[in-house]
Design a protein. Structure first.
Length: 68
């Protein structure tokens, strides 16, 4: 989270978010399915940096967040 440590800006970057529990479920499904082959990409939501910071502020209001 380099932008929370001041090493990155809050410009509108897009990122992908996935719950680790969903990743575990997907890995187990791929492991158990004998025809599974190759690589898999797991993603649930996309979010821009500013929206992520706003969500974090609502959960952790006492943390210092970047403004630029």
């Amino acid at each position: 989270m380099s932008f929370l440590e001041g090493r990155d800006s809050l410009e509108n970057k897009c990122g992908w978010i996935v719950d680790v529990r969903d990743v575990v479920d997907a890995i187990l499904l791929a492991y158990e399915y004998h025809k599974a082959d190759g690589r898999y990409i797991f993603t649930s939501h996309t979010i821009i940096t500013q929206d992520l910071v706003e969500r974090l502020k609502s959960i952790y209001p006492n943390y210092k967040y970047p403004t630029k």
